[in-house]
Design a protein around this ligand. Structure first.
Ligand code: GLN
Length: 313
């Protein structure tokens, strides 16, 4: 369904206003102490359509902790480095379990179910780290995001990284468990250090929507005309976002929103309307599965209004 710039702008503005007026915001993540400080009343929404038109509402330029949304970009990088060999280390099936769950690792000999749960993302980070110093690997991830968003101002929030490094005992357990099965090649502290730091990258909705455009346009970032990945790879990353991007809330997200999407406990969601738009939304309050509560509701309203669900209008 095509739209005019005015229609899209009006939809984004109205949805942002509606969301800012709501008081059912969910609960800000507090297991990472630094994230518990974030003001839950903030809300941002940015849509960049196929023609590059940008519609922005609310706190569109406030950087927030992208957390697990970084897992889309580390997956993209790792596939670029080792191709389909990556799938020896991590599966592609939805887990139906919380993002930080350890139970399936025992049944599956340390191989995580998918690259978007914590265990899977730690395995992916380990692949990126191999052959590099942690600082180089991290620089590579950060520069990739800066390149995709065409914005060199994107940085890591060191306070968030340090906060998680101090308290990330569950992730340390996951990493050590995988290491015991030989699924990680590098020293666990290095892999975890890179993982915590890429989760702590801070981006605004505007930057994030720009960085996601290649997934909406068959691997090509229309802003530069450069191919980031092949069309086939973009399609497959989108498939994993749809099935695994919201942990044990992935079914509900597909049912309500109908787009590939990846959430993070900072309250951000990157969603992809293939051929149509890249969308970033941010509201720090989370639902029980650790996904942005109002972020999901805003995306549901937007896809309904624009007719963008991949399952039909
Ligand atoms: N850094 C967070 C963690 O490892 C990411 C989790 C998330 O965003 N779901 O717990």
């Amino acid at each position: 369904m095509s739209h005019t710039a005015a229609e899209l702008e009006q939809a984004v503005r109205e949805i942002a206003e509606e969301m800012r007026a709501r008081t059912d915001r969910g609960k800000v993540a507090d297991y990472i102490p630094e994230l518990a400080q974030v003001d839950a009343r903030q809300f941002g929404l940015v849509v960049i359509d196929a023609d590059g038109r940008v519609a922005a509402g609310g706190d569109a330029d406030t950087p927030f902790s992208i957390q697990s949304i970084s897992k889309v970009f580390t997956l993209t990088l790792a596939l670029g480095m080792v191709g389909d060999r990556l799938w020896r280390r991590v599966g592609r099936e939805p887990s139906g379990s919380p993002f930080n769950s350890i139970v399936q690792l025992e049944r599956e000999r340390g191989i995580p179910r998918n690259p978007f749960i914590n265990a899977g993302a730690i395995a992916v980070t380990d692949v990126i780290l191999s052959g590099h110093q942690p600082r180089e690997a991290l620089g590579e991830i950060l520069r990739f995001l800066q390149f995709l968003a065409q914005d060199s101002a994107i940085v890591i929030d060191e306070a968030v990284a340090a906060s998680e490094q101090r308290t990330g005992f569950r992730n340390a357990a996951l990493a050590n468990y995988m290491k015991s099965y030989g699924v990680l090649d590098n020293p666990v502290v290095y892999t975890l250090g890179v993982y915590f730091h890429h989760c702590a990258i801070a981006m605004s909705c505007r930057q994030l929507a720009a960085a996601g455009r290649f997934l909406a346009h068959s691997g090509v970032n229309p802003a530069t005309g450069l191919s980031v990945v092949s069309a086939e790879r973009a399609r497959r990353i989108n498939a994993i976002m749809l099935t695994c991007g919201h942990y044990d809330g992935s079914g509900e997200f597909a049912y309500r929103v109908g787009l590939p999407g990846k959430s993070g406990v900072g309250g951000g969601i990157l969603a992809v309307a293939p051929g149509k738009a890249s969308i970033a939304v941010w509201s720090p309050g989370l639902d029980a599965a650790g996904n942005s509560h109002l972020g999901r509701i805003a995306l549901e309203a937007l896809t309904r209004r624009m007719g963008w669900s991949i399952f039909g209008v």
